[in-house]
Design a protein around this ligand. Structure first.
Ligand code: HEM
Length: 354
């Protein structure tokens, strides 16, 4: 009985104590949040930040972004605050810009005032040793190697392969409505992957395609590293991609033939005209291969989509472009051959459509 009484009193005390604690916690939270927001607002005012909301302390506006369509998240704020606004996403205070002048300021005229940084979750997924996340000597060395893989002398040899990619993709568009961006993404991925790896087994490429798709899905998802989430699946896919790339590297090293593409250049550690040689580890090579595919994929696909939209809206341009392309097509048919580098140099009108 005594025992029961004690435990009863204790449990009463426990629950009222717990209740008091809970109330205190919530009330302090409600007092604390407006205070922190006020403090943040005043602190930001001093730094002359653009209008916008930094959201909740610590979480910022991350949850809001991930619980609604990202397009409406950004367009709502653009309508409310203008083309330049501040927000706080994935642990990073940021300023969103959506006009050409601001982009020019950041990327060209005042580029020296900015340093590229990425949320840690994104960096981990692409590969921390990729050139985007680096500065200094390692960055310059990688930049040189990546640039070497896109010199005319290097990409000259991939014209027929790119032509084959297009020839394979075009028939899949007949008799159906397509999502232009999705199709441009398919195309851009094939070209980027070919530039990155050079020639590899089709089975391997299929696996890379599938894993990359998973990686891309997770890249834009909430970075919650729990089994079953898109982020978790993407990190898993990234690990498998590393294994596949490691095997390809091993094979090329065994054959003493580093092969084509950016992979060949990274393994050799120098471009065609380079005197110096850099020794990169397998993980450095893998991070940079995935990084370059990532850099080339969405950007190119979206530019191509906009080009198609503008051509669609400007029929006179589309007509002139079609005429130039048809002339080349006729020439190829007459000479029974595929597209060559020299043909791509004979497209004065097409090369200005960009
Ligand atoms: C039209 C398509 C593209 C657009 C709009 C675009 C845009 C950008 C932008 C805005 C940056 C950041 C520049 C900076 O921080 O100063 C960048 C960096 C980069 N892009 Fe692109 N890009 C495109 C295509 C490509 C392609 C096809 C590749 C393939 C190699 C590529 C590789 C890179 C690399 C390696 C970097 C990092 C450069 C560095 O850290 O120094 N991009 N790109």
């Amino acid at each position: 009985m005594q025992l029961f009484f004690t435990s009863f009193t204790n449990s009463c005390l426990d629950s009222s104590f717990f209740f008091i604690l809970l109330s205190l916690f919530f009330s302090s939270f409600f007092i604390l949040i407006p205070f922190l927001q006020w403090w943040q607002h005043h602190r930001n005012k001093d730094k002359r930040l653009p209008p916008g909301s930094m959201g909740w302390p610590y979480f910022g506006e991350t949850l809001m972004l991930y619980t609604q369509n990202p397009n409406s998240f950004f367009s709502k704020r653009q309508k409310r605050y203008g083309d330049i606004f501040k927000t706080h996403i994935l642990g990073c205070p940021c300023v969103m810009i959506s006009n050409p002048e601001a982009a020019r300021t950041v990327l060209v005229t005042q580029a020296h005032l900015f340093k590229p940084t990425y949320p840690p979750s994104k960096e981990k997924m692409i590969g921390p040793e990729a050139l985007f996340f680096q500065q200094g000597v390692y960055h310059s060395m990688l930049k040189k190697l990546v640039q070497a893989s896109f010199l005319p002398s290097t990409i000259k040899n991939s014209v027929s392969h790119v032509d084959q990619i297009v020839q394979k993709l075009l028939p899949t568009w007949t008799n159906r409505t397509i999502n232009t961006l999705q199709e441009m993404k398919k195309y851009a991925f094939e070209v980027a992957a070919n530039s990155a790896f050079g020639e590899i087994k089709e089975l391997e490429m299929e696996k890379i395609r599938e894993l990359y798709g998973c990686l891309e899905k997770g890249y834009n998802s909430y970075p919650l590293h729990l089994p079953g989430t898109s982020y978790w699946k993407a990190m898993k896919a990234r690990k498998v991609l590393n294994e596949i790339i490691r095997k390809i590297i091993e094979r090329r090293k065994e054959r003493r033939n580093y092969g084509e593409g950016l992979l060949g250049i990274l393994l050799r550690g120098r471009g065609d005209d380079d005197e110096r040689r850099y020794q990169l580890s397998d993980s450095q090579v893998a991070d940079n291969l995935i990084g370059v595919i990532f850099a080339a994929h969405d950007t190119t696909a979206s530019v191509l989509t906009w080009i198609l939209k503008y051509l669609h809206d400007n029929l006179n341009l589309l007509e002139s472009l079609t005429k130039e392309q048809q002339q080349i097509q006729n020439k190829l048919a007459k000479e029974s051959r595929g597209l060559s580098w020299e043909d791509t140099r004979q497209m004065p009108f097409t090369s200005r459509v960009k």
